[in-house]
Design a protein around this ligand. Structure first.
Ligand SMILES: [Zn+2]
Length: 338
C-alpha cells in the first residue's frame, strides 16, 4: 500500500476536499473531486505534531494535506521521526534536564549569593538620610518590644554621650548618630546598632564597665553603622521576602517583614563577617579618635566577663553571647590588632 486518505485544503479557502493521495515514482499524486495535483516527495513538509493529532503535510503549492491514518501515511511516504513533537522532546531530554538544572541552580545561587550581593549594592547606594528616616520607626518598634528607661545616673550618661559624639565625629558618620541607654529584661547586658544611626546600650552592660571599656563597645557598634550592616540585613530580608512572595506566593513573609526586621537585628545579631568587620573598625576608630586602641581588647574582655555572669544570673535562654558566639577568638584578634 502506498496510498492514504486525507483532507486537502488549498490554502486560500477553509474548504475541505476529501482526497486520495498516492506515492508513485518519487511523486505524490493527490486526487479528489475537482482536485488533481502532484508534488515531488522531497518537497513535502511534515508539520510538527503533538500526541495523536492528525498529520499535516504542507505542499509546495501552499496547500495542506491532513491525514489521520499515521501508519498509512508512513507506509506511503515515510513520516520523518522528528515530526513527533513528543519524540523531539525526548531526544532532547538531556538538554531539557540540563536547562532545568541550570535554572534551579541559578535560583539557589541567587538566593544564597545574589541577594546578599544585591543588598550590599543597594545599601552602598542608599543615602544616609534614607537610612535615618528608617531609624524612627525602628526605635519605636524596638523600644516597645524590648526596652524600659535607663536608671544610670544622668551625669554618667552625659559623659558617655560626649565620648560617643567624639567617636562619631572621628568616624565621619552623620552628627545625628546618637546613643541611647535603656534597661532590657529580655536582652540583659547588651549593645545594639539600629539602622539609621542609633546605638542602644543597656544598663546591665554599662554599669560594671569603665568609661574606656564602654567607649570600646561604642566603637564596635559604630562599626556596624559605618559599614551599614543593619541596613544590609533589612534590605536582604526585604529581597528574600519579595522573592518568596514572587515564587512561593508567600505573602506572609512580606507582611511580617516590617515587624520582624528589627527583632532579627536585635535578637540574632550579625554574621561573623560583620562582627569581624566591626571589630577591626573599632580598633581603627579608637586610634583615629586619639584613644588607646588597646582599649578595645579590654572592652571585649570586660564584655566577656559581664555577659557570662549576666547569663548565669539570669539563666537566660538569650544573652549577648548567643548573638556573639566567638567572643574568645575576637578578644585574641583585638589583642593582636593593638
Ligand atoms: Zn557586633
Amino acid at each position: 500500500m502506498s496510498a492514504f486518505d486525507a483532507d486537502y485544503f488549498d490554502g486560500r479557502s477553509s474548504r475541505r476536499h476529501p482526497v486520495r493521495a498516492e506515492a508513485t515514482g518519487g511523486l505524490l499524486r493527490v486526487a479528489g473531486e475537482s482536485i488533481a495535483l502532484e508534488a515531488a516527495l522531497p518537497d513535502l513538509r511534515f508539520l510538527p505534531r503533538v500526541g495523536g493529532t492528525p498529520l499535516r503535510i504542507a505542499l509546495p503549492d501552499g496547500g495542506l494535506l491532513v491525514a489521520t491514518d499515521f501508519n498509512a501515511v508512513d507506509a506511503a511516504v515515510g513520516v520523518p521521526l522528528e515530526t513527533d513533537l513528543a519524540h523531539r522532546m525526548e531526544s532532547h531530554a538531556r538538554i531539557v534536564a540540563a536547562a532545568l538544572a541550570f535554572i534551579v541552580g541559578l535560583g539557589v545561587f541567587g538566593y544564597y549569593y545574589g541577594i546578599p550581593w544585591a543588598a550590599d549594592r543597594i545599601a552602598d547606594r542608599l543615602p544616609y538620610e534614607a537610612e535615618t528616616a528608617l531609624s524612627g520607626d525602628f526605635m519605636d518598634a524596638i523600644d516597645r518590644a524590648f526596652f524600659e528607661p535607663s536608671k544610670l545616673e544622668a551625669a554618667r550618661r552625659e559623659d558617655l554621650k560626649a565620648d560617643f559624639q567624639a567617636l562619631v565625629a572621628a568616624s565621619g558618620l552623620p552628627a545625628s548618630t546618637r546613643v541611647e541607654f535603656r534597661v532590657s529584661k529580655l536582652l540583659g547586658a547588651n549593645a545594639v546598632a539600629i539602622p539609621g544611626g542609633t546605638v542602644i546600650m543597656t544598663d546591665a552592660l554599662v554599669k560594671p564597665m569603665t568609661d574606656a571599656e564602654v567607649v570600646g563597645v561604642m566603637a564596635h557598634e559604630l562599626g556596624h553603622l559605618k559599614r551599614r550592616h543593619g541596613l544590609r540585613v533589612v534590605i536582604g530580608g526585604s529581597l528574600y521576602a519579595v522573592l518568596s512572595f514572587t515564587f512561593l506566593g508567600d505573602a506572609g513573609a512580606l507582611a511580617s517583614l516590617a515587624s520582624t526586621a528589627p527583632q532579627i537585628i536585635v535578637q540574632s545579631g550579625y554574621s561573623r563577617d560583620y562582627e569581624r568587620e566591626a571589630d577591626a573598625y573599632a580598633v581603627d576608630l579608637l586610634r583615629a579618635a586619639g584613644r588607646p586602641p588597646g582599649d578595645y581588647a579590654a572592652a571585649l574582655e570586660a564584655l566577656s566577663r559581664i555577659v557570662h555572669k549576666d547569663g548565669e544570673r539570669r539563666g537566660s535562654e538569650w544573652t549577648y553571647l548567643s548573638s556573639h558566639p566567638d567572643l574568645a577568638e575576637r578578644i585574641e584578634r583585638a589583642r593582636e590588632a593593638k
